[in-house]
Design a protein around this ligand. Structure first.
Ligand code: URA
Length: 231
């Protein structure tokens, strides 16, 4: 791989900024200053440093983000703030995108990655990856509501797949586990039983649990154990 490409893939600089950094002697390869942007390196074997910082190369990046309200799950948007805006330029690796969508006013776990195949796998309906959401509803949920929601309701021409609901004792909040993700699915499911979602937060995705130490808007890289679902 070209040295300038490595810097741009890791989100350290654009290709032309990277070229400038390299030409001005800010980059070393195995301890030696290299001034040619097209210098070929093996990103998995060579030790590349930028301004003294060793760059670690991994083909794919996986980020766990605690999404606040008011951000859209997109890579860019003309009017709205996007979940990518929560990752600083320095850490925003090329090609990062949100793996699945949360509504603008839904909070919680979003995974960002540049692994298209991995994301396709976990989002594909045939893999039945489960997602757990905490919810609050406007009105109490009855036993019949729970039965209907768990066995499947019509959300405008689509019958939802079976799901699991754990209702808290106040009957207006709980956890719902889905293995699919239709547009506004939970909101539409509650509407199907004449109720309304007033709070929605994703707390788990494919067994990856939202890290309680992350405040809203904060993120961290997935651990290698957590990354396994993408492999
Ligand atoms: N269901 C919804 O209605 N909204 C979300 O953001 C996620 C699931």
């Amino acid at each position: 791989m070209r040295l300038d490409k490595l810097l741009s893939e890791l989100g350290k600089a654009t290709r032309s900024e990277g070229g400038k950094l390299i030409r001005s002697g800010k980059v070393t390869v195995n301890g030696e200053v290299i001034k040619k942007p097209d210098h070929k390196i093996d990103p998995l074997k060579d030790e590349v440093s930028l301004l003294g910082e060793v760059l670690t190369y991994k083909k794919f990046t996986y980020i766990m983000l605690n999404k606040p309200e008011g951000y859209v799950s997109a890579t860019d948007d003309e009017r709205e703030k996007t979940v990518l805006d929560l990752v600083s330029d320095e850490d925003r690796r090329k090609g990062l995108f949100p793996c699945g969508r949360l509504d603008k006013n839904t909070l919680g776990l979003v995974i960002l990655t540049n692994d298209g195949d991995g994301a396709h796998k976990v989002l594909s309906p045939k893999h039945h990856v489960s997602k757990v959401y905490k919810f609050e509803s406007k009105f109490p949920l009855s036993e019949n509501d729970i039965k209907a929601l768990e066995s499947g309701v019509d959300i405008g021409g689509y019958l939802t797949k079976p799901c699991k609901i754990k209702l808290y004792s106040n009957l207006t909040s709980g956890e719902i586990t889905l293995t699919e993700g239709k547009y506004h699915q939970i909101k539409r499911m509650l509407e199907a039983v004449n109720n309304k979602i007033t709070y929605l937060e994703r707390i788990s995705f494919g067994g990856i649990v939202l890290d309680p130490t992350l405040k809203r808007g904060e993120w961290r890289y997935l651990t290698s154990e957590e990354e396994v679902i993408f492999k």
